[in-house]
Ligand binder design. Structure first.
Ligand code: CP3
Length: 344
């Protein structure tokens, strides 16, 4: 399929559109009753990720309801540790739980098993691309190494990533081995996603916050840069969106040094200031506060128009500034899509 007919892909590749194309982070998920129905039928969350028939179905569900410009592969950033052999569980109401990794435990991980373990996810991608309308962009993704490492080291999410930050500072050699392993596994996984039909991939660096500038350069920029470079060695010109959540003043240097095509912005990022700070042609994605979508109404509509107006001079993909939350009313999502596509 030539990219000419896919507005979202064209935007990632640097072409400004009259109104921004859009997708919604976590667009498949618990705010949709049809997702909850499939989820109940399958049982566990990881089982859903590893069952192509159901994972393809939930990937396509949001596009049946809303006029979105992209499908995003249904999976999770934590399938990489799972594939490396570190057991991952999802407990209702608790989020992900892993057996925390130790320097000794690193040697037991199995980097060679990753693509075999993830074969069902790649099959999901093939099934979805076979069904997707030609004007829709297929987005693949993985977690960035630092973000995935914070879960592997701490054993769960944490508000400040303190355990992982101390590990990185006190066990630099083990930390470097872990990051190397994640760079390699993520590269292989993303290359396989492009070969299975992804048009674009997004690097989710959800925990780019809480780092000083040197840690940010070493833990965030350098591993993301290595992935971008290594993926493009296999897939020349591979379109990549980087989403370093919380990067704040380090966004411009992240974009410049990693070489991503487009920069995902969290909702804390001030629109006019970042528009001024970034190269004029750099595509951006974002950045509505997901809680504005729960509340809906005038405040949401005004903010959507302010974001669109603020980025009107450059290629812009509309999105939330973080994932949609389960209590979001579907009618508000319908209204959001309507005003992004046609204006108020
Ligand atoms: O965007 C999409 O629709 C694609 C699917 C997707 C999921 N997770 C499905 C999911 C994507 C792209 C992710 C990325 C992800 N996963 C991130 C990065 C983005 C972000 O939000 O910062 C992170 C940090 C994770 C790890 C993760 N997975 C957490 C912390 C949780 C629990 C939080 C929660 O909402 O319960 C998950 C579970 C998860 N991943 C769900 C979904 C739909 C909910 C699980 C369920 O159905 O019970």
């Amino acid at each position: 399929m030539s990219p000419v007919s896919k507005p979202l892909l064209k935007t990632v590749m640097g072409e400004r559109q009259e109104r921004p194309p859009l997708w919604i982070m976590r667009q498949a998920g618990r705010y949709l009753p049809e997702y909850r129905a499939v989820r109940e039928k399958v049982g566990g969350f990881l089982e859903l990720c590893y069952t192509p028939e159901y994972a393809a179905e939930v990937t396509l569900q949001p596009l049946r309801r809303f006029d979105l410009d992209a499908a995003i592969l249904f999976s999770d950033i934590l399938v990489i540790p799972d594939a490396l052999g570190q057991k991952v569980r999802f407990e209702v109401g608790e989020g992900p739980l892993l057996e925390p990794i130790t320097p000794e435990g690193l040697g037991k991980l199995k980097p060679d098993a990753v693509l075999d373990h993830l074969a069902p996810v790649l099959e999901t991608l093939r099934r979805v691309t076979a069904e997707l309308a030609p004007d829709k962009t297929m987005i693949g993704f993985c977690g960035s190494p630092w973000t995935v490492a914070t879960y592997m080291i701490n054993g769960s999410g944490s508000p400040d990533q303190a355990v992982a930050r101390v590990f990185a500072l006190t066990q630099p050699e083990a930390f470097a081995r872990l990051i190397d392993m994640l760079v390699e596994a993520s590269t292989a996984y993303l290359v396989a996603q492009f070969r299975a039909g992804a048009d674009v991939v997004q690097l989710f660096e959800s925990w780019a916050l809480n780092l000083d500038e040197e840690q940010f350069a070493a833990y965030v920029i350098e591993p993301n840069r290595r992935i971008v470079e290594a993926v493009r060695r296999e897939i020349p010109g591979a379109p990549i969106i980087g989403f370093p959540r919380g990067a704040a003043a380090m966004l411009p240097v992240y974009a410049e040094k990693t070489g991503v095509n487009a920069l995902g912005l969290d909702y804390m990022t001030p629109v006019a200031a970042i528009d001024k700070a970034l190269p004029a042609a750099l595509p951006v994605q974002g950045n509505l506060d997901p809680l504005r979508l729960i509340a809906g109404g005038e405040q949401m509509e005004a903010r959507v128009e302010a974001i669109i107006a603020g980025f009107a001079g450059r290629p812009h993909i509309f999105n939330l500034g973080h994932g949609i939350v389960p209590q979001t009313p579907i009618a508000h999502v319908e209204r959001l899509v309507e005003i992004v596509k046609r204006g108020r």
